[in-house]
Design a binder for this molecule. Sequence first.
Ligand SMILES: CC(C)(COP(=O)(O)OP(=O)(O)OC[C@H]1O[C@@H](n2cnc3c(N)ncnc32)[C@H](O)[C@@H]1OP(=O)(O)O)[C@@H](O)C(=O)NCCC(=O)NCCS
Length: 142
Amino acid sequence: MEIRTVGWGSLLMAKSLELRKAVFVSEQSVPPELEIDEMDEAAIHFLLLLEGEVAATLRLLPQDNCVKIGRVAVRRELRSTGLGTELMKAALAHALRAGFPEAILDAQLDSIPFYEKLGFSAEGEIFMDAGIPHRGMRLKLA
Ligand SMILES: CC(C)(COP(=O)(O)OP(=O)(O)OC[C@H]1O[C@@H](n2cnc3c(N)ncnc32)[C@H](O)[C@@H]1OP(=O)(O)O)[C@@H](O)C(=O)NCCC(=O)NCCS
């Protein structure tokens, strides 16, 4: 297993976008025009590779004084094996080293227990994004 960042426009980034499309557009019916957005080019993209293939992906975006985590996706057949947790821990460690005091994210309601196990707390009202109910979550890093 290898966890690394990857540059926009690289072959691995293209494979990561294929995984995001399979998960968010095909599985979850998110409109394709919303899945890749104008923030992607500026984001830090983290990948988890298994035997050279992209098994999980997420992105980090500086937002105000925080880092915002998004597009967290694990290949369907590899879920519930700890890969999402490993990738999140690596991204959170990176954010801490980079000096961000807090991480935030918008969690699909079904995924809240996954983020709670990483220490995040839900806050605020439920809201809809791309037709899916979400709630904001926050974790103090320092
Ligand atoms: C949510 C997701 C990223 C979790 O990744 P994962 O690799 O399957 O999670 P892990 O195996 O590291 O799970 C860690 C813990 O969270 C729990 N968990 C994971 N997904 C969960 C879910 N959807 N609901 C409840 N608990 C969940 C697991 O049971 C596990 O707990 P345990 O260690 O006590 O067994 C993955 O399921 C996924 O890609 N889902 C589809 C895309 C998605 O919805 N992304 C989130 C958008 S906000």
